[in-house]
Design a protein around this ligand. Structure first.
Ligand SMILES: Cc1cc2nc3c(=O)[nH]c(=O)nc-3n(C[C@H](O)[C@H](O)[C@H](O)COP(=O)(O)O)c2cc1C
Length: 190
């Protein structure tokens, strides 16, 4: 099972989330994983494109900026059109995560964009497969306190450093989502 995580992070908070997700993938012997960071110019290397082409699952990640994925992620997504022409990513598993300053912050637009991107490539979307923590007893550090079903959402206060946000609950949610991606990929790849 080959799982690739490709993400952008302007200031390190989304990278902290990506690292938590990736660390959980690495706990599973059956998975061969690669973490790919889109650089400040919106680029990845030819070797990294090859890793994506060879993967069974590709997980997209970006901060939410002005209600959408960052322009660097969008540049990467536009570049992926070269794969679209050849159906290179067809039937790979896809998933995605985003992080933003507000609890809501229009993160849904970013995840929806990832779902659309995955659909254009003919990929199979892996949702969260877990309940939100939304009762009276719920705590900010509970798994899926931000409460998304479609993909992973995290929140980082805008004045928090990247070594303190997203909070542990969101990092635990990233780990739970990594398990979900492993489960879906294993079933799909067989
Ligand atoms: C250009 C820009 C636009 C932003 N737009 C939003 C937004 O639409 N919604 C939101 O909740 N936070 C927004 N934020 C806050 C970031 O999402 C937040 O600081 C996030 O943790 C940044 O992640 P990063 O460190 O991976 O870049 C914005 C920040 C920047 C710099």
């Amino acid at each position: 099972m080959k799982i690739a995580v490709v993400f952008h992070s302007g200031y390190g908070h989304t990278k902290r989330l990506a690292n938590a997700f990736f660390d959980e993938l690495e706990q599973h012997a059956a998975a061969q994983n690669t973490l790919i960071e889109i650089d400040e110019n919106g680029d990845i290397t030819d070797g990294q494109w090859s890793v994506l082409d060879d993967a069974d699952a590709i997980i997209f990640g970006s901060p939410t900026y002005m209600g959408m994925a960052s322009w660097q992620f969008k540049k990467f997504a536009d570049e992926s059109s070269k794969r679209w022409f050849e159906d290179k990513w067809r039937n790979k598993v896809a998933g995605g995560f985003t992080n933003s300053g507000s609890m809501n912050g229009d993160k849904h637009s970013t995840l929806h964009y990832f779902v659309t991107l995955a659909g254009q490539h003919g990929m199979i979307w892996a949702n969260m497969g877990m309940k939100p923590a939304n009762t009276n007893d719920a705590d900010r550090n509970d798994v899926n306190y931000v409460g998304a079903f479609i993909g992973l959402m995290a929140q980082s206060p805008i004045d928090a450093d990247a070594d303190e946000a997203p909070c542990q609950g969101d990092l635990d949610t990233a780990k739970a989502y990594a398990k979900r991606v492993l489960e879906v990929t294993e079933k799909w790849v067989g």
